[in-house]
Design a binder for this molecule. Sequence first.
Ligand code: AMP
Ligand code: MG
Length: 313
Amino acid sequence: MSTISDEEAIATAAARLRSGGLVAFPTETVYGLGADATNADAVLSIYETKGRPRFNPLIAHVADLDMAEKLAVFSPLARRLAEKFWPGPLSIVLPLRPGHGLSDVATAGLDTVALRMPDHLIALALIRATGRPLSAPSANPSGKLSPTTAEQVTRGFAGKVPVLDGGPCQAGVESTIVAVDGETIIQLRAGALARRDIEQAFGLKVALAEQGAKISAPGMLLSHYAPNAHMRLNATPQPGDAFLAFGDAPDFAGETRNLSPAADLHEAARNLFSMLHELDGTGAKMIAVAPIPDEGLGEAINDRLQRAAAPRG
Ligand code: AMP
Ligand code: MG
């Protein structure tokens, strides 16, 4: 598909997003590969298109603070950050609001979400016209450079994804990500908004967190959704286990969920987080997980399972 750019193109792109399609669009940081963040299948096609081998939580892009407040709960300090730096290259990690409607593929099963209002007229018009929050990681195949022009996006995906052309991006680097813990701001990722600018605006020190480290506040996990149960991968269930099956499953009397009886990896990915939560909710001490082919979305599924099964400190 060709590069598109006018008002009508935004309406067409919004319709495509609402029906579960992907559209790449410009922001002030880099071009994003956008999908309706409330639609699991749409978000999964981001992974399929990028060839991304792991399920990271994705930043949800909003058009204004109202839209953001429907998705997440803002503490007073978080709201001041949004009021000061939005629209702009600052993503704020916040606790999800009940009834938020975001897909658990977009949140990677966490109870928090990173929100951002991009400072770009096309991005804002697109989100508004779609009427949904948009997941939008950088619009490049996994492992390649983030694109800052529409041409780079078109080339990267061999013309398979429609691109709204907004010319070259201003910043060219990703957004800064922060979390808020009481009166403390913690930087989770350095990006286009300098830490010093936040510190000067608020007259406080911004703490640093290693990517993947835990944030001190209870329930605020950076990126590891881990069930309470222990997990055994590539396993056959034993009595007392809960069983996460895939495809043709052996007979098992205990609590069982099948990610995809038809052995479809897309269906399995869609069910992954909710079924893990359900099995964990049974109170089982061990979740046995059937082997899952390590190809296509199976790679991201296995990565997530391995991290969920990893020993915890
Ligand atoms: P992007 O690929 O630009 O959408 O950025 C996604 C990154 O944002 C993830 O890899 C995480 O580092 C971070 N992120 C998104 N959501 C969260 C969250 N709820 N908690 C912590 N970090 C998050
Ligand atoms: Mg990227």
